[in-house]
Design a protein around this ligand. Structure first.
Ligand SMILES: [Zn+2]
Ligand SMILES: [Zn+2]
Length: 115
């Protein structure tokens, strides 16, 4: 049975989106991390978000990036509407789970892909 989110919290504090999974695992994704992993075709071709600051200057005084809202796409994915107006990224649950930045998952990934 595929692991699916039981609970999705857009604003879990500390600029993170949190997901509690059906297997009991909990993931916390920093907004910028998640936005940078946008799987849409446009972002896939473009430079990472953090490198797109106008004129190469750091973005200061701008509202911090955050998800305005998120919608479930069928039973397999989450579409996130970002505060920068971008919304074409469909994050499948499977993809989200592989992105989980927690120590446990990171360690598991390192075992799967030894350097
Ligand atoms: Zn995108
Ligand atoms: Zn994890």
């Amino acid at each position: 049975m595929p692991v699916i989110p039981k609970k999705i919290k857009l604003a879990a504090g500390n600029n993170t989106l949190a997901i509690r999974w059906s297997d009991g695992h909990e993931s916390a994704y920093p907004y910028r991390f998640l936005r940078g992993k946008c799987p849409c075709a446009t972002c896939g071709e473009a430079a990472p978000v953090q490198d797109q600051a106008v004129g190469g200057l750091p973005i200061l005084g701008q509202k911090p990036l955050h998800p305005e809202r998120a919608e479930l796409v069928g039973r397999y994915a989450l579409q996130i509407y970002w505060s920068d107006g971008h919304s074409s990224g469909i994050y499948t649950f499977q993809y989200l789970r592989t992105l989980c930045p927690c120590a446990e998952c990171t360690a598991a990934r390192e075992v799967e892909n030894p350097a």
